[in-house]
Write a protein that binds this ligand. Sequence first.
Ligand code: PRX
Length: 654
Amino acid sequence: MSQQKTAEFDDLLKEDRSFPPPAEFARTAHVHDPAVYAQADRDPEAFWAAFAAELDWSRPWTRVLDWQPPHAQWFVGGQLNASVNCVDRHARGARRNKAAIIWEGEPGDTRTLTYFDLYREVSQFANVLKSLGVRKGDRVALYLPLIPELAIAMLACARIGAVHNVIFGGFSAESLRDRINDAQATLLVTADGGYRRGQIVPLKQVADEALQETPSIRHVVIVQRGDRSIPVHVMEGRDHWYHRLMQEASAKCDPEPMDAEDLLYILYTSGTTGKPKGIMHTTGGYLTGTYATTKLVFDLKDEDVYWCTADIGWVTGHSYVVYGPLANGATVLMYEGAPDWPDKDRFWALVEKYGVTIFYTAPTAIRAFMRWGTEWTARHDLSTLRLIGSVGEPINPEAWVWYYRVIGGERCPVVDTWWQTETGAIMITPLPGITTLRPGSASRPFPGITAEIRNERGETLEGAGGGLLVLTRPWPAMLRGIYGDPDRYVRQYWNRWGTDVYVTGDGAKRDADGNFWLLGRVDDVLNVAGHRIGTMEVESALVDHPSVAEAAVVGRAHEIKGQAIAAFVTLKEGQQPSKACADELKAHVAHKIGAIARPEDILFAADLPKTRSGKIMRRLLRDIAEGKALGDTTTLADPSVVARLKSQYEGQEG
Ligand code: PRX
């Protein structure tokens, strides 16, 4: 950005502006009365039950909530099926011929599925799964590009009561293997490949490597996404082509009635240990939470063309590409590829081509668009947009204002939505018809949600102040546990200040008007370009390399990605630091975990700074990585280690 532009934005921010809802937007918004907060607060169960009642249940619930902290059951006794709610009920009614999914592949190929098409394909694939022996409760791993078959496979699992476990297509063979094994999945759905920046990612080849050590897998279904140029090894008896199986499958498949608390899916996410956690979401509460938040936060209407750019491999894709919008009967745009392929205006070309009205993306993308400049946005008509959203990491006010002005045309409310894989649905967010927006603030908890800020002693701060963000009331879409590790669920989230206080792991401050400002993670979890990565995972990958003796990983501030991974490494005796070695270590991490975990910097050190009790001092390392002046080092066992490291890093940087 030019200096003049930067100065312009600085001035803007000094104004400390706030943005009340545009009158025209507020007039037609689902929520136009702030009384919704007080109503939900008085009787949160009634608030949620009213949304649950908008779904189709095959048996009504007898009790809205059974809360035995920290274990919640929502809509006890009720039965429903997620695929019926996302597909059948629309395919039966007035939305039968409405586009459910408009999909565009990176090379430009397109497909549109109406709700009736989706109904047929979901039912067919549900029959395919059954024919391959999948039964209610079985886990099915999905390792696919962003193609309609991924949504179809998820809904087909839901239809027969199988539990899907989606693994992001950018993960490595080892990451795929570990997730399959932890979930003990019996079937894997993958593809020959997917497109990313003009290249083919050969998913089946990666899967083949994983499949050498996944004894629970009995069958593999392969979607043919590519142009048949991708070599695919088909193991007789185990591997089957999706299109062949679909040809023979009937389009009639009775949905399995599921208890509200039956498992819908497992999704792995990074935590503070080296081992990702399988977050469990159940059927009734999750669907209610995603349905309600999609409707209110995005002010979703039948005419909308809704586009959430997230990959379905992450929770944002589960809740806001698949379940939330489809439960609402929306038209969902899905795009397979990168925002800068073939050019940096691809997203805006898509907005124009399909007349997108609601657009939901991540701050890291917004900062990249901002850097690329308005020549790309100016090429397209973005006037169909009426609401834009942000998710995944704190959005800095500069990026917020740019998004509001350049993408939203100063006409669209910006919803900055805070939530987590564990929360299942949006927790802190504006409601676009009533909230006065402040750039950089996610504003306040969604109706029915209670968030507090606590200090280190667990005391709740009233009014303005900063500390740790906690949630103090159960909510329908909350995680129900960690797959295979019930103790970790309690220890990780509900153990600090009583079993009824959910500790988010995020820091936050609240201003005098009651707005929440999210400050990022306070634990050893990084957020790199909106992707959650545990420092321990990266450290384990590094020490797995034969040259590495010890590693410490920290996140340093990064202009586009929010955080970048900086890894401090001590080499084994006889190994010499070099650029080649650094590159090799970066490649090693990418190979072990996936490209998203590739360190930005490798910093060789003779020693790592430790406290007298032997703990690595990450705060110091972060300061070194960010080039900041060093704080107190008196608790260090050997303060000279830090001084050496710092001067050495400054040398390496230059
Ligand atoms: O630190 C918060 C950040 O992302 C974390 C959750 O990551 P994940 O489970 O991968 O889910 C991402 C998509 C919901 C949170 O603990 N985060 C997410 N949204 C925001 C955010 N930080 C600030 N503002 C947000 N809007």
